[in-house]
Design a protein around this ligand. Structure first.
Ligand code: 2P0
Length: 330
């Protein structure tokens, strides 16, 4: 199956036919506490393992789509050149959705610090599907929304709700059982600190990085089993309200994912000296009694995870951290 086949399996005859002047949708970014790393199917973005994220409320992408004389992309107020990777990826996806689509003007605004290494492709594809759903009045269910976003970018399937969200890897070849669902259980004391440590260029994107890991990493055989069990533990800690156990598991999960990246050939090392210095600092704070943990994605920046009741101490140690309280939103 190619991307268009995966999409049409869920679209069930829906086409890109505007039913109103424009369609809009906001979608939030998410940070995985149990990571997605590895695809069992590349065009469908079908993962080797479950993952589980926390949404950053009010941080993300707003996309508005209108029918237009020509295809046009506006990103953060600036027109994007058709040669640009963002433009190409977007219209390749829209063409796969509907080969006879009308010309479209797609405007996206991201209100997130992209420098902090937050994946705007996740909020972007979730917002894109939502805007099309609005424009064409598709009446998508949340599951269909999640599946279509996943085919755009895997982690986008988790950007459909606030709070904790779990992506069930699924087993079917057509991907219809691979979607995310919110976990209706808040953890009000969970706090996140976003650190922008460096704007050093990433050595390799996630899609290529996962491919290389599967092809060359001798440790990867043990990753899916570990990752599934780890997500299961995280889900249990959410249920029992054990914040510290959850944060500890999230850090272990991230470090294990990075171990698989580092053990590829050639090695993928997203860490920069500032990342490693931050890891040591977090450990030193922990041995001083502060419950602060960290997670990292496919980039050099670190996301601190802690108990908001220790917010003053954590922010004193990391004055540049942007504080996010995921369960405090309008
Ligand atoms: C995650 N990452 O779970 C993991 C952790 C990066 C490290 O999802 O190829 O942009 O579009 O499916 O979703 C980044 O990968 O990759 C990602 P594609 P995506 O958040």
């Amino acid at each position: 199956m190619n991307k268009a086949d995966f999409l049409s399996a869920t679209l069930a005859g829906r086409r890109i036919q505007p039913m109103q002047a424009s369609g809009s949708q906001f979608a939030p970014v998410n940070i995985a506490l149990g990571k997605y790393w590895g695809k069992r199917n590349i065009p469908g973005n079908l993962p080797t393992n479950d993952s589980l994220s926390i949404t950053l409320p009010n941080h993300g992408s707003t996309t508005t789509i209108t029918a237009s004389e020509t295809d046009l992309v506006i990103l953060n107020g600036k027109q994007v050149n058709p040669e640009h990777a963002f433009y190409r990826r977007l219209f390749e996806f829209l063409d796969a959705l509907d080969g006879n689509r009308p010309r479209l003007r797609v405007e996206t605004n991201n209100n997130i610090a992209t420098a902090a290494g937050l994946a705007s492709s996740a909020s972007g594809f979730a917002a894109l599907i939502g805007a099309l759903n609005d424009l064409c009045q598709w009446q998508l269910t949340d599951t269909e929304w999640s599946i279509l976003a996943r085919i755009g970018s895997g982690s986008a399937c988790r950007s459909i709700a606030n709070g904790f969200v779990r992506w069930h890897r699924g087993e079917r070849d057509n991907g219809k059982d691979s979607f995310a669902q919110p976990i209706d259980q808040p953890m009000p004391n969970l706090a996140i600190g976003l650190l922008t440590l460096t704007d050093a260029e990433k050595p390799i994107g996630s899609t290529a990085g996962m491919k290389q890991t599967l092809a060359t990493c001798p440790l990867f055989n043990s990753w899916p089993q570990f990752a599934n069990a780890s997500v299961e533990r995280i889900a249990q800690y959410i249920e029992t309200g054990d914040l510290i156990a959850l944060l500890n598991e999230a850090e272990h999960n991230a470090m294990t994912m990075h171990a698989t990246m580092i053990a590829t050939n050639p090695s993928i090392l997203y860490w920069q000296p500032e990342s490693v210095a931050t890891m040591h600092k977090v450990r030193a704070l922990r041995s001083d009694g502060l419950d602060v943990y960290l997670t990292m994605d496919a980039g050099p920046n670190v996301k601190l995870l802690f108990d908001r009741r220790q917010q003053a101490d954590v922010l004193a140690a990391f004055p540049n951290a942007e504080l996010i309280l995921p369960f405090e939103h309008a």
